[in-house]
Design a protein around this ligand. Structure first.
Ligand SMILES: NC(=O)c1ccc[n+]([C@@H]2O[C@H](COP(=O)([O-])OP(=O)(O)OC[C@H]3O[C@@H](n4cnc5c(N)ncnc54)[C@H](OP(=O)(O)O)[C@@H]3O)[C@@H](O)[C@H]2O)c1
Length: 337
């Protein structure tokens, strides 16, 4: 019994996953077991972190086995429930993978989506992994206070755009770093950054220095690499660096070489801390509710880039790493009658 289009992992990438690392197959619609729900996915998420999930070594998540359905968060509709607490028609956010149908136990479900006034797709972006990462990463590791300067890389993206706006709400001066004139304009006009800088343009570091006359008190680092090397040269005393992502590092094998950071941390009395949202899932719903309220009040802007059709999944991760997304990249699946 086929009828369940799935994107399966067909090869192990050594760097950025490309279309050839996936295969689209017509799999079976799964039978729903006792204690499970059967869902039909409405929106599939695309995450930069998928590069790490597909690597041949575990980092904070086990590698995905070749031949498996690609691991992904999705917003889905329950079409059959044999689990208590879920009913047909519920909208749910969970680990349902890049496929049309999934049978899942409650452990795979992050939450039932209960905001009928907001588009369900937001549960994957500004109210989901990206927004919650921005909020909790900033609060727990960045710890900004009024009047400080907060510098953000991938500032026009799903995480970065929320970080900038939340820092601004907290009374900080915000400086966004993004690739290209269009994203820089979006940072200023839609996400309210006080200054936005194109890291690809000549004079990037001079512009950064001018935008942070008293240095960066908080650096929300989504890229690592040369962008971060430049920000480290402009840290304020007692700066906090949130290590959230490493988008500019093509591969960790071999590990990239760069300037040593220890002396900078020493002389600036700075600290650097890693943040992984999956460590804070007990706070996910509360954080998401705070973000939802800000969205309702028009105090938190977001961008989504929705592409129709599961056939766009295989290229989607490489697109993120080429910076071709303007906002949260989602794949929408056609809802069948
Ligand atoms: N730690 C966690 O729990 C957690 C959770 C979610 C996301 N993240 C991380 O947060 C970061 C942003 O994720 P997102 O989902 O919001 O994606 P996103 O920012 O919407 O999209 C990724 C962006 O990364 C930038 N990029 C790609 N290659 C780059 C390079 N070589 N140098 C500099 N920038 C590059 C591109 O922006 P430009 O066009 O501006 O270059 C691209 O648009 C990622 O590093 C991701 O892994 C971490």
């Amino acid at each position: 019994m086929a009828g369940n289009l799935q994107v399966r992992v067909a090869g192990r990438p050594t760097g950025i996953p490309q279309a050839e690392h996936f295969a689209i197959v017509d799999g079976d619609v799964p039978a729903v077991g006792a204690g499970e729900i059967l869902v039909r996915n409405l929106f599939l998420s695309v995450e930069p972190a998928m590069r790490g999930w597909l690597a041949d070594r575990s980092n904070y998540a086990d590698p995905i086995a070749i031949g498996s359905v690609m691991r992904a968060l999705a917003v889905a509709e329950v079409i059959e429930s044999r689990a208590s607490g879920f009913a047909r028609g519920d909208r749910v956010l969970g680990w349902f993978g890049w496929q049309v149908f999934a049978a899942a136990g409650p452990a795979a479900v992050i939450r039932t989506i209960g905001d009928p006034d907001l588009p369900p797709s937001l549960a994957l972006g500004v109210l989901g992994l990206n927004g919650v990462t921005a909020l909790l990463g900033l609060e727990k590791v960045g710890r900004p206070v009024v009047g400080e300067t907060v510098v953000v890389s991938t500032a026009a993206g799903a995480v970065g755009s929320a970080v900038g706006q939340i820092a601004k709400r907290l009374g900080c001066r915000t400086v966004g770093i993004a690739g290209g004139a269009e994203k820089v304009a979006i940072c200023r006009e839609e996400f309210g950054y006080d200054a936005a800088i194109d890291y690809r343009a000549p004079g990037f570091e001079a512009a950064l220095a001018a935008a942070c006359p008293r240095g960066a008190d908080v650096y929300f680092d989504n890229t690592a690499g040369p962008i971060s090397d430049a920000v480290h040269r402009h840290l304020a005393l007692n700066a906090r660096i949130v290590i959230c992502g490493t988008a500019s590092v093509a591969s960790w094998d071999p590990a990239p070489a760069g300037p040593r950071v220890e002396r900078t941390l020493l002389t600036r009395r700075a600290s650097m801390g890693g943040f992984v949202v999956l460590d804070h899932m007990d706070e996910f719903n509360a954080a998401s509710a705070r973000l939802a309220q800000w969205v309702r009040e028009g105090k938190l802007n977001y961008r989504e880039e929705i592409v129709d059709g599961i056939e766009h999944c295989p290229d989607a991760i490489a697109d993120l790493y080429a910076g071709r997304n303007f906002g949260k990249r989602l794949i929408r699946l056609e809802k069948r009658a």
